[in-house]
Design a protein around this ligand. Structure first.
Ligand code: 6CS
Length: 313
């Protein structure tokens, strides 16, 4: 069997590290019977196009970030809700990877759209970059921020008073450089490797949302594997959950150092009272989530809240 595995991120990214480890472990443990080819961002198309290619079987594996998937699988926009998840990455890791409800419910929603959800992969806190500090919604007044296209991300920034502007990842650097947008939002490792920090003045940490991607596979491909190959894929996938969680923490820590060495960018960390104002402003988006994701969305929201409360104790 052959696995064509496409990424939404460039070489050196968290997704690339994931895919390289996946390839090494699968090829080694299958003694070369399963071959994995990795395609970094840019080789095969935009995030939306990669998802279509997994759905129609042209690709066997890909990353599909909820920020790009919201109009295909509305339920996945739970990962677009600001301040819903814990402030503690470890707690979120347990919510995402445990045998919990979240993955099971989302898995159903994915399957209905001919996608097999394999893993929920945390890649670090979303950080706002801009030409100014973003300490309160008044700072967002008239601020043109590039977001991923999921409708509820757009709605959250509208609630803060900003002008959200979705565009493909590959166009963000140029748009910042030409001042077509004032800022964007992504984890630190991405801000470093995409060079966004070169054309921005300030990094604002609100820890409002962990960046999450999902590993998806073509369901017919998985069903066509022998039982032992399917078990191999499953065991490697499970093993990588923990390994990549630690790796992303290291990437984000080290690359913040790199950014600080290579630029004089200002770093702002919001205090609790400042975060509170954003949290209040973002609350109505949860109603929109239930409207778009329906009954199952309501159950997902409850399950996340319950898991968070339980794990934070
Ligand atoms: O902002 C984006 O569109 C992208 N950001 C990251 C960190 N990964 C994939 C996603 O497409």
């Amino acid at each position: 069997p052959q696995i064509r595995f496409a990424l939404e991120e460039v070489e050196g990214s968290v997704q690339d590290a994931y895919a390289q480890r996946f390839k090494a472990l699968i090829e080694e443990r299958s003694e070369g019977r399963i071959k994995v080819n990795v395609y970094p961002y840019g080789a095969l198309g935009s995030s939306a196009q990669l998802t279509e290619q997994v759905q129609n079987g042209a690709l066997q594996f890909a990353f599909a970030s909820p920020g790009h998937l919201g109009s295909v699988v509305p339920e996945v926009q739970v990962f677009s809700l600001h301040f819903l998840f814990s402030d503690d990455e470890q707690v979120n890791q347990q919510i995402f990877t445990g045998s919990g409800e979240l993955k099971r419910l989302l898995g159903e929603a994915y399957r209905e759209r001919n996608l097999e959800l394999l893993s929920i992969v945390q890649e670090g806190w979303m950080v706002w970059t801009g030409d100014r500090p973003l300490r309160s919604p008044s700072d967002f007044e008239g601020f043109k921020i590039r977001t991923m296209p999921s409708p509820l991300l757009v709605e959250a920034y509208q609630a803060y008073g900003a002008n959200p502007t979705p565009m493909p990842y590959s166009e963000v650097y140029g748009a910042l450089q030409l001042n077509m947008i004032d800022g964007q939002v992504n984890p630190i490792f991405a801000i470093e490797e995409m060079s966004f920090y070169e054309v921005q003045e300030v990094l604002t940490f609100a820890n409002h949302l962990p960046f999450v991607s999902t590993l998806v596979a073509n369901p017919d491909f998985l069903a066509g594997l022998s039982e032992s190959d399917r078990e191999l894929v499953e065991s490697v996938r499970a093993e990588l959950d923990e390994e990549i969680f630690e790796l992303q923490q290291r990437f984000n820590r080290e690359r913040l150092e790199t950014i600080r060495e290579e630029s004089d960018i200002q770093v702002v960390r919001l205090v609790e009272e400042e975060r509170e104002v954003f949290r209040d402003a973002a609350m109505p988006v949860r109603d929109s989530y239930i409207k778009s994701a329906g009954e199952r969305g309501a159950v997902i929201l409850k399950a996340v809240t319950a898991a968070r409360n339980r794990l934070e104790q």
